[in-house]
Ligand binder design. Sequence first.
Ligand code: ADP
Ligand code: MG
Ligand code: ZN
Length: 604
Amino acid sequence: MNELAETLENVFGFYSFRPGQEEIINHLMQKKKLLAVMPTGAGKSLCFQLPALLFENQTIVVSPLLALMDDQVIGLKDLGVKAERVHSGMTELKREQVWEDFKNKKIKILYISPESLMRNEMISAIKPLNISMFVVDEAHCISKWGSDFRREYELLKELQNHFPEAVISAFTATADEETRSDINNKLTNGKGKIFLYGFNRPNLSLAVQQKTKNWKAQLFEFLENRKNQSGIVYCLSQKLTEQCSEFLKSEGFNAYPFHAGLDTQVKIETQNKFMTEDNVVVCATIAFGMGIDKADVRYIVHISLPSSMEAFYQEIGRAGRDGLEADTLLIFGLQDLFQRKRFIDMSDADDSFKIKEHKRLDALIAYCDSATCRRQTLLSYFKETCETCGKCDNCLNPPQMIEGTEYAQMVLSAVYRTGQYFGSGHIVDILRGVLSDKVKAKGHDTIKTFGVGETATADFWKIFIRQMVSANYLLINIQSYGALQITPKGEMVLRGEDEYFYRKIEFNQPKKEKRIKPETIDTETLDDEKELFSALKSKRLELARKRRVPAYIIFPDATLHQMLLHKPQTIGEMGKLNGVGPQKLEKYGEAFLSIITNEKYSND
Ligand code: ADP
Ligand code: MG
Ligand code: ZN
């Protein structure tokens, strides 16, 4: 067996590399510089951690967030790797101690913040150590073009001048072409080889629903059978996170709100619960996510529209990092779209930035309304292609397109006759013949279109109108409080010069049909052996609590599934499972083995 495979198995407990890992590691082993762009969850850490162990001298990893550093160091220590970190969240004494150990080569991998690393005294102290490799994780932070520029990262430009002998490697999940060459220029003078791996995450399923008045019912339908899973529900407002977690709690879920307005202590507790316990659902604004590195998040629901395609991709990317099946659902309505557009217009950014943001949002709307494979739509935004996925909502239930020229004319006419001054809610009232105060005050019960659409529900009309907006027959004028206005395309339909087709709108019939999932270990084994699985999980929780680490650090779900599948009867058999390396075998093997071999749970 070669050195790489041996380390992969003996230290990390894995039997095969994920796509891209081996090429990247081989490149680094030849002491060559690189920038690797791989999606979230692809396994970037292993790409530098494994070579770091094989290099003669030490490796320094730069990372932007304390929580990220802590997680990675805890994980490495648990594998028996001599790793440490230095950051401002630690006492002076502890930092000095770590530094002393590092100087004496008792530490192989050191995580550090960019500003601590680039101090002059630090640079001079490090020089004599002949560092083998510098790793810049989350490298997009160095670029103004990237999505999360950090001034401290700019200091890293000097790295290659100070350490011309060292390997420099950079890793990120999000970097378009401009950002990539910017990172590469700053860190390696453009000499690093760029490795690009796809955005496709085949284990994530994608689905979109139109928001109805009863979003709670929609949420519940999706979550009903997921009480024994962990997930995140993203909400636009702090208030909504509270409402959402209240509702889920009342339905028996282990749910918590999370948003920027909460007490720091409460936020830390919620994060810890999410990281260390099973079956926790966090209802969160985007304040939750960065630095959350939990491998077994099984679902992501958006009950509000994210800000852009990139944001959406990043948020769903937090599910299924262990490679097992995970589901995502986006529920959105016209009101969200209006709010998002208003956020962009009200920001202080300059016009060209606003135009770009509107486009990114429009791409997401197009994704929501697309009638073809969602995965293809998503990937095409990132300039990638794929086969139809066979497991998104559109693949499973191809939407029907229906001729709706007459309906569209009703809407356009109501908009036209009221002077293109009013928002969707008022237009729907007019169509349905509702005598609201506003309708009466404006005298809109006398116009020709009043009541022409009374046979359809208000929800139907709202969704119908939203589709017209996203297909650009109507536009929402933000300056005039969300008034609907007719576009040139809309005028054609109004004049009868063009037809209009819409996506079939369904929400009345219960959508209870079972999803066809590809065969994976989880579904079937879990049904048969819930009892053993939950016994393994409680053992894991007990150990995690005792050691104060996230549960998946003990063993991720994927490894517990391996135990269910193979039912090892001896320590030797246990050690052969994917995910059980020698260190973990020694620490936890016995504890889990005794559960599996316990008669109560054995098969015969
Ligand atoms: P990211 O690319 O987002 O930084 P991580 O490095 O955090 O991803 O890895 C995500 C998950 O994938 C971790 O739980 C890690 O243990 C797991 N992983 C990485 N490499 C492999 C592999 N070769 N086989 C199985 N699991 C892996
Ligand atoms: Mg990472
Ligand atoms: Zn599909």
